[in-house]
Ligand binder design. Structure first.
Ligand code: P6P
Length: 343
């Protein structure tokens, strides 16, 4: 705070728009469309934040009593967040299609609007089962360039590997609202200043700390994990010379990922070997695992499905599920070694 008590502006007030534009200038062939898609997502984040921070007041707590394509109860805020993301992007002429956790099929651009060159995939409100407990939740997104030439987006446009992501990120609705993204040149974090309604650069060039601090997994399920995963879990707690990491698990992946990114460590959601309905685990490749894997690699970490980077998996369908390990390289690599040796 300045001497006269006025609000001290940071030395360089960098908004998302300024940050993205400055990077866009590094690409002479850039048309600005990707910049504007990111701004559209950021605006959606501001609108969703205004709902999530008033959930208790605005009677939007609880569920709609509907079940989504994932077989999960649709929370009212899920629906609102999904609607906000769709309506802020359906008319811009920048997208060929959208993919949402809340929609069984491709979300096509309405015929009255032009289509564009990008595909936006998102989980509108990940961790929503925690909404009624006032736990942090988040929006996760990934952007690809379309593969087909023109017209309505197709499955070919949507089922692209994470390696081909052009930008990805998340918005965390927590004690503050943060927008964390990468467009291939490192990871940067912006904090929403509600007084001016702008995301301001607060965490430039985020890198995962080299010294890991926590492991993050739902130990309530460990009896259902494979032998290799169980042995890895013992190792991270000091068995066989492993590091002695503390346990932190919120049950809202964006929050667990965000803490892992800033504290160092590993988050993992392995397969429950007794859950025949989910042979590939719970988390979805297109709009949860791939965006976060892309971000972690950009921040100097690594991601795996237990054997390979999720970014190298060819998605088989829109809601393709996969086991997920993400965090410091050496921890992810150790998990892969235990799985390779013990299954
Ligand atoms: P569990 C939230 O529903 C979510 O998809 C992720 O955000 C979170 O990591 C995971 O599920 C929590 O699942 O089975 O531990 O409650």
């Amino acid at each position: 705070m300045a001497a006269n008590g006025t609000r001290q502006l940071p030395g360089q007030l960098v908004t998302i728009e300024r940050h993205i534009l400055e990077r866009q200038m590094m690409h002479p062939d850039a048309t600005g469309d990707l910049t504007r898609v990111l701004q559209d997502v950021a605006l959606a984040g501001k609108l969703i934040a205004s709902h999530t921070t008033q959930a208790g007041l605005a009677e939007v707590l609880g569920t709609t009593n509907e079940i989504n394509v994932q077989g999960e109860e649709v929370q009212k805020l899920d629906e609102i967040s999904n609607d906000i993301l769709f309506r802020l992007n359906d008319h811009t002429g920048r997208l060929a299609a959208m993919v949402s956790e809340e929609a069984s099929d491709i979300l096509h651009i309405p015929e009255k609007y032009p289509t564009g060159k990008y595909v936006l995939s998102f989980d509108p409100l990940d961790g929503s089962s925690n909404i009624d407990y006032n736990v942090s939740v988040g929006t996760i997104f990934a952007i690809h360039r379309r593969k087909t030439e023109a017209g309505p987006g197709t499955l070919e446009d949507c089922l692209q590997k994470g390696r081909d992501i052009v930008a990805a990120g998340y918005i965390l609705y927590g004690s503050s609202t943060m927008f964390v993204y990468s467009a291939g040149n490192g990871v940067n974090g912006f904090t929403l200043d509600p007084a001016i309604g702008e995301f301001i650069l607060s965490h430039p060039n985020i890198r995962i700390p080299t010294k890991p601090k926590y492991f993050s997994a739902n130990l309530g399920y460990q009896r259902n994990w494979s032998d290799g995963v169980r042995r890895f879990t013992e190792w991270v707690q000091g068995e066989d010379g492993g590091p002695v990491l503390g346990l932190r698990y919120i049950g809202s992946m964006v929050a667990d990922f965000h803490r892992t990114l800033f504290s160092g460590g590993i988050f993992y959601y392995p397969v429950n070997i007794n859950d025949k309905n989910r042979p590939n685990g719970k988390l979805r490749l297109l709009y949860e695992v791939n965006p976060l894997s892309y971000l972690m690699e950009q921040a100097g970490g690594a991601a795996s499905d237990g054997r390979q980077s999720p970014l190298d998996i060819q998605p088989e369908h829109l809601h393709h599920r996969t086991p997920f390990f993400v965090g410091n390289r050496e921890l992810v690599s150790q998990a892969e070694k235990f799985i390779e040796q013990y299954g």
